[in-house]
Design a protein around this ligand. Structure first.
Ligand SMILES: Nc1ncnc2c1ncn2[C@@H]1O[C@H](COP(=O)(O)OP(=O)(O)OP(=O)(O)O)[C@@H](O)[C@H]1O
Length: 258
């Protein structure tokens, strides 16, 4: 059984007597443990799709089913945003523990999970600091640690590294991959970077210009663990990059005409 099933999903935003069709005719199955990247031109509805999966938005037509083990009490989904995903008045450790505390889990479990993921993202020496005392990369580490500590069924990541400098991005991508390989969570990850999608995912969904449709479903059977050095140097991956760009550039040009 697929982890996520999306059937004939569409989303229309109404504004007065005008409307925007953000998504149209999305049919999709995502397997448990898959790392899926959504790639598409600006405004094609990637964030809208993620927000619908997070139940922050309702679809206009169609439906979404997320299959979870009936006995599990963990949250269905956790979201990681591009920026401002941390709570400013809580320390690093309080931020990471936040979801667990909200669920009133035993203190010992909360502490163990929190310590584990703080260590995983390399913030052990910064656990008592507040977000204003952290760099952008450190804040994103807090968001990632919190999302995984929550132990959700699926992780929804909306360009989590977009605001970071390139070197920090490379480091966080590899850290994310290392945690993901340990947990094998189902991840849906929005990016504008073909390199990032090739580095991270099992599958890339290319979306069309507005209204967003799944234009191409690309399965990547590249060996893991992967590194950015491989993505930049292996001819097989370069070939994939060119194929994706060929499809994508038409859609990007389309958005300039809308
Ligand atoms: N709450 C809203 N009300 C009205 N229109 C909206 C709303 N949210 C999104 N839209 C519109 O829906 C379309 C899709 O937006 P969305 O943010 O999902 O695209 P995106 O692919 O994530 O874009 P980007 O890559 O630039 O972040 C856009 O035209 C946007 O203006």
């Amino acid at each position: 059984m697929a982890k996520i099933e999306i059937k004939q999903l569409s989303k229309r935003f109404n504004k007065g007597n005008k409307y925007i069709d953000a998504l149209s005719g999305i049919d999709l199955k995502i397997e448990d443990g898959e790392f899926v990247c959504l790639l598409g031109p600006s405004g094609c509805g990637k964030t809208t799709l993620l927000r619908i999966l997070a139940s922050l938005e309702t679809p206009t037509t169609g439906n979404i089913t997320i299959h979870s083990a009936a006995a599990k009490k963990n949250p269905t989904q956790s979201m990681v945003f591009q920026e401002n995903g941390v709570i400013p008045w809580l320390t690093v450790e309080e931020n990471v523990a936040f979801g667990l505390k909200m669920r009133h889990l035993p203190e010992e479990i909360t502490r163990k999970q929190t310590d584990y993921y703080i260590e995983k993202v390399g913030l052990s020496n910064f656990r008592k600091l507040y977000p204003k005392e952290l760099s952008g990369g450190m804040k994103q580490r807090v968001s990632i640690a919190r999302a995984f500590a929550n132990d959700p069924d699926i992780l929804l990541m909306d360009e989590p590294f977009a605001a970071l400098d390139e070197q920090n991005k490379f480091i966080l991508q590899e850290e994310l991959l290392s945690i993901w390989q340990e947990t094998r969570k189902t991840v849906i990850f929005i990016t504008h970077s073909i390199d990032e999608a090739l580095l991270l995912s099992d599958r890339i969904l290319l979306m069309s210009a507005q209204p967003g449709r799944i234009m191409k479903d690309i399965k990547l059977d590249l060996p893991r663990p992967r590194s950015i050095e491989q993505v930049r140097s292996q001819s097989e991956i370069t070939q994939r990059f060119l194929e994706i760009w060929e499809h994508l550039q038409e859609e990007v040009k389309q958005t300039r005409l809308i």
